[in-house]
Structures are given as structure tokens and as C-alpha cells.
Design a protein around this ligand. Sequence first.
Ligand SMILES: [Zn+2]
Length: 268
Amino acid sequence: MLATITAVFNWLAERLRDFLMWPINLIRDFPVRSGRLLVTLWRGLRAIVFFTPELVNAQRKQNLHSWSRYKAGRFFDWWHQLLTQLFDLLGGPELGEFLMHLVTNTTPLTPKEIHMIAAVLGENAMRFGDIRVVEGGLFDLVFKLNGNLAFATWHSINLPRKKTHQGSHTRANLPIVVHELTHVYQYEKVGTRYLGEAVYMLIKTKRDCYNYGGIAGLKNACAAGICYRDFNREQQAKITQDYFYYCQHNIDVAAFEPFIAQVRAGEL
Ligand SMILES: [Zn+2]
């Protein structure tokens, strides 16, 4: 009985916390969120100004077709950034998390989990205290439908409770926790656009978007001057996941080091 009362009280306290995060982050994150929006607006203005000269140039070089395709991609990317940045500015992530958490249970990261992710991303990489691990409730149904695959939404990492196979995406699977927390890190660094970019790659590659080529791939990428930020959002999360796993198993991580340095510098 006492355990039930405590559980209900904890749940209510967490929902109140979720709700208060909205006004808190509206103010706290206003400078960074409005800054991102201004950069996007500036980028749009530049694109308009340079559109005609670039068009004339493309016509002269007779590569109008590839130029138009490139410009169309940039156009959609710009709109995606603009909309997600407006969403962030209005506190959409906090409202989204508040609503999603109404049908489930949340707990903060344990000190052990914070220590683990800090060892990968850096001591002050992100607001570890804001992160919530989401498990159970109606989310059991979500995981039944998606094949028990973990996913991250803003400051939440959503993990199935059911252990279905070796390497299940439960909280006990620490490399997966590192993977999902990398998505939270992406959110803190670039905003909600990480989510659209990750989902876009999942659809575009039919879920084959995690492969970054392993150690050989990292060595080649390094030699070619490719940076961590050049990998897609899922590859980025897989790189830190594997880095953690290799460290855990005392496997040489030299090939990861230049990229992990970029992660810790927030270059994503
Ligand atoms: Zn992922």
C-alpha cells in the first residue's frame, strides 16, 4: 500500500516537473534557440540574394539540372530547420515531453549512468539532470508495435522493458543507452532538427543508416578529412555506442579518438 502511494506521489511529482520545464526552458533556452533561428533566417536571405547570379552561372556551365536538384534539397532543409527552430522557440519539446510522459513512467539517470555517458561525451556535455528514462505504461504498446526498438525524443530516452533477444534495447543494455543519450546530446546541440534528420535517414535508407564502416571506415574517413558532423545522426550515435562498447571490452579505440574529440567539442 505504502509502495503504491509512493509510486503515485513520485509520478505526480515527475509530471509537475515536466510541466514546469516548459516556462523554465522558454526563458533559459531563449538565447540559444532564437540564435539558431536568426542564423537560419540569415541563410535564407543570402540564398534569395545569390539565387539569380547562381542560376546564371549554372546555365553558363550547363549544369542546371544538378544545380536545381541541389537547390531543391537546400530549400527543403531550410524549411525543416525553420519549422523545427520555431517549434523549439515556443517550447514544443517541453510540451511534447509533458504529453508523452502522461501515459508512462519516467526516472532520472542514475549516478552510474551519468558517469558512464560523461566518460564518452564529456563531464559537462549536457544537462544530465534534465534527462528522463521513459519505461512502461502505454509505451509497452508502442514497443510492441515497433519491435522493441529504443528511441530518443528530446531529453527523453524511451526504452522497452521487455528483454526479447541478446542485445535487447532495455536499460540494462548500456551501449544502447549511450546510443540514445547521443541523440539527446544532438538535440541539445542542434535542436529538434536532429529528430527529423534521423527519421529522414531511417526512411531513405530503409533502416540501413547505422553503418559507418567500423574501424576501417573511421580510418578512411579520417584520411579523407571527413568529420564526425559529416556522418548522419544514426551513424553518429552508433559511433559513440561502439566506442563505449569497445572501451568496455578493452578493444583498441585509436580510430575513434579523433571523432570522439570532435563529439566532445560539440562539433555536430
Ligand atoms: Zn538512433
